[in-house]
Design a protein around this ligand. Structure first.
Ligand code: NAD
Length: 353
């Protein structure tokens, strides 16, 4: 086999460990910063206040307005707070929504970011920003968006419910699954993706059974880092495009949509690249699509788009939108096949091997 590839590592510093959140001040100082703005969602305001308290004089203030899909109006409010407080860095504590707000501010100001993730979404290690203006979600890649420091503390994920942990974990698995057949994959991204899949496969059942199991939480967060890293390194395909359409145009919840779609999109592509997806099948114990479906079912994840509130009548438009623009995918994306895939996902049918 002749090897030929381009590999680019994203220059972020990763700090991992139980209690690592107590080292945020150290890393703010390492960036040469003195006035951090702490970002959270309204739901995690108290955790943000505790972090600001721990930062002491290094905290300039807090903005607890992050919401899903990064609306530009919220970013503008946060930018006003940055200016008012004279903040010189951002500390984002939360899931992909809070990380997204920090990235949106950094994109406009180039302020350095410290991210303390509390879900498995993986956004903290990607140079990708998705944001919504006038009801339309668009995505960009820019080095300013990549956080400088990521502090993974498994103890911070103990409060994430079993249900959200499972869908968030399946969201992470989706990144690694698509990295295995990415058009621009390389041997390093494949290694990272497989290790991420193994870590998630091993840890997620433990997290679902006992959400306070710190060892399982550590394994899942380690997997989330690896899965997020490959999301930030190679191009995603059918699965992410379909989820983007369903989330952006039909307002479906992000992680749950990934959880439902994954067995169908991976099963669809497995027919074209069985060799590339065979290692995933081996990790999950069967043919890729059905094995992922059975794994999701065993964790009590949502299995049908209809259970997420999508009307059956919306499937035609979803198929039109998802096939309007061509993009690289291992199997040709034709409208009839995608419409059938969406029907199966809407009904929650187990994919054929
Ligand atoms: P989220 O950040 O919206 O979090 C869901 C809810 O759970 C929020 O209310 C949050 O405050 C709460 N929460 C988070 N962690 C918690 C914890 N440990 N304990 C208790 N509650 C907690 O959800 P998400 O799935 O992490 O992120 C979704 C968003 O991230 C979407 O907008 C998606 O597009 C984006 N995303 C972006 C990328 C990227 O690379 N740009 C990657 C993945 C996801």
């Amino acid at each position: 086999m002749s090897l030929e590839f381009v590999y680019g590592g994203n220059p972020a510093r990763i700090v991992f460990g139980n209690g690592a959140r107590r080292r945020v001040s150290e890393w703010v100082e390492a960036l040469g910063c003195r006035r951090a703005l702490v970002l959270t969602t309204p739901q995690q305001r108290a955790e943000g206040a505790a972090l600001a308290g721990q930062l002491g004089p290094l905290a300039a203030g807090q903005f607890a307005g992050a919401v899903m899909h990064t609306p530009v109006e919220v970013t503008e409010q946060a930018l006003a707070r940055v200016a008012e407080l004279g903040a010189d860095c951002l500390v984002a504590l939360g899931g992909g929504s809070t990380t997204g707000l920090g990235k949106a501010i950094a994109y406009r100001t180039d302020l350095p970011q410290v991210v303390v993730p509390t879900t498995y979404a993986g956004s903290e290690v990607t140079p990708i920003l998705g944001q919504t203006a006038a009801g339309r979600k668009t995505t960009l890649r820019d080095p300013r968006v990549l956080p400088e420091i990521v502090i993974y503390d498994p103890e911070l994920t103990l409060g994430l419910s079993a249900a959200v942990s499972v869908t968030s974990g399946l969201n992470a698995i989706a990144h690694a699954a698509e990295a295995l057949y990415a058009a621009d994959r390389n041997p390093i991204t494949t290694l990272l993706a497989l290790e991420g899949l193994r870590a998630m496969r091993q840890a997620l059942p433990g997290v679902a059974a006992v959400p306070t199991d710190l060892a399982a939480r550590g394994g899942a967060l380690y997997g989330a880092w690896l899965c997020g890293t490959v999301l930030g390194s190679v191009a995603m395909a059918l699965h992410h495009k379909l989820c983007h359409t369903l989330g952006g145009s039909f307002d479906l919840p992000h992680a749950e949509t990934h959880a439902v779609m994954l067995p169908h999109t991976v099963g669809f592509n497995a027919a074209a690249v069985p060799d590339l997806l065979q290692p995933l099948g081996a990790i999950f114990g069967g043919a890729p699509g059905p094995a992922l479906y059975d794994f999701a079912a065993s964790l009590k994840a949502p299995l049908a788009l209809r259970d997420l509130g999508l009307a059956e009548a919306a499937l035609d438009r979803a198929a039109d939108e998802a096939t309007a623009n061509p993009y690289p995918n291992p199997r040709p994306v034709d409208r009839a096949a995608i419409r059938a895939l969406l029907q199966a996902a809407w009904e929650g049918r187990r994919p054929e091997p």
